[in-house]
Design a protein around this ligand. Structure first.
Ligand SMILES: [Zn+2]
Length: 131
């Protein structure tokens, strides 16, 4: 048995799948950079398999900012821990600079994952649903 099998929320989040059918893609591309900067037309509208409209209500994606914030804090804590572990005498300004750069580099992935995580809070997996 696979660790992340179809039907789990983690499958939808990690493999960029529609949260309802786990067959259609959520983002048009699996590449977070492409979704963030180059592809704005076919992203996050409806599922090509089950026709689920991803924006459940107007302003739905504002809620994904909470998820994005949580992911950003996790990255900040990770890099704060790593810099203090490998360089305990680091200057605080250099440490802040490292953390800000890390946040900026991770932001496309953060954007990609935060919407997937957010919609998975509200949409249940329904196998073989095609309407
Ligand atoms: Zn679907």
């Amino acid at each position: 048995m696979r660790l992340v099998s179809k039907g789990t929320k983690l499958y939808s989040i990690l493999f960029n799948k529609c949260p309802k059918c786990h067959t259609g893609s959520f983002w048009a591309s699996n590449n977070p950079l492409r979704n963030m900067f180059f592809n704005t037309k076919n992203t996050c509208k409806t599922c090509e398999n089950c026709s689920l409209t991803y924006e459940l209500e107007i302003g739905f994606w504002y809620g994904s900012m909470y998820v994005s914030y949580a992911l950003s804090v996790a990255v900040m804590v990770l890099f704060w821990t790593l810099t203090n572990f490998f360089h305990p005498q680091i200057n605080i300004f250099n440490e802040i600079l490292i953390i800000v750069i890390a946040i900026l580099l991770v932001s496309p992935l953060n954007y990609h994952l935060s919407r997937l995580i957010w919609i998975n809070f509200f949409v249940k997996y329904i196998p073989n649903d095609t309407n």
